[in-house]
Design a protein. Structure first.
Length: 204
């Protein structure tokens, strides 16, 4: 199991990066909450990782904080929650925000995340409620590419708004929905990462 990597960022295309570790390039998928913390291309970064082995692919996920990886692992243990949905949940909410949503049973907030229907949200509440209480010493409480077929494919190197839509589609949003989310918050001075952050924030 690959648990931690330190290397230099070669490429950044939300939610994926290419990390050069002593001459070996690792493709990692990151939740947007971790993507926001990344330094510029060419800079060094250290990430906690989790490897998902499937019949058709080995997928490596990266996290800026150990708490994010811990929650990711708890999420994929939940019936009906796979790695892609866990990535979408962590992109929409920080660990603290998710913990509050679970403990306060905020079902309406959970179902706004793409792929989280009412049944999945209820399952998350049942299986995770109570895990965030009284665990200040646990990992949860330290201080705080293959795209689906769509009507338009958004490529790296286009406008920040196109890259933001590309990332939202990769996180599970429909193309039309992603376009509306980005259009609602789009400003010329915002980078793709800032647009993604604002679009996700506005959707909850």
């Amino acid at each position: 199991m690959i648990g931690h990597l330190t290397g230099h960022i070669v490429e950044k295309q939300p939610p994926e990066i290419l990390l050069d570790v002593q001459g070996v390039g690792y493709e990692l998928l990151l939740p947007m909450t971790s993507f926001y913390d990344l330094p510029d291309i060419g800079q060094q970064v250290a990430l906690f990782t989790h490897l998902v082995v499937r019949e058709d692919a080995h997928l490596l996920f990266g996290f800026s904080q150990k708490t994010d990886r811990t929650l990711f692992r708890e999420l994929i243990k939940t019936n009906g929650v796979g790695p892609k949905l866990a990535l979408a949940i962590l992109s929409a909410m920080s660990v603290t925000e998710f913990a509050y949503a679970i403990e306060r049973e905020e079902l309406s907030k959970l179902v706004k995340i793409p792929g989280v229907g009412k049944k999945t949200a209820e399952r998350l509440l049942v299986e995770l409620k109570g895990k965030f209480k009284g665990n200040q010493q646990s990992d949860f409480f330290v201080e705080s590419k293959h795209l689906p077929m769509t009507e338009k494919r958004y490529e790296k190197g286009e406008e920040p708004s196109d890259e933001a839509v590309y990332a939202l589609i990769a996180l599970g949003y429909k193309a039309s929905e992603a376009e509306k989310m980005v259009k609602k918050v789009n400003k010329p001075e915002l980078s793709s990462e800032q647009l993604i952050r604002e679009a996700l924030k506005a959707s909850l």
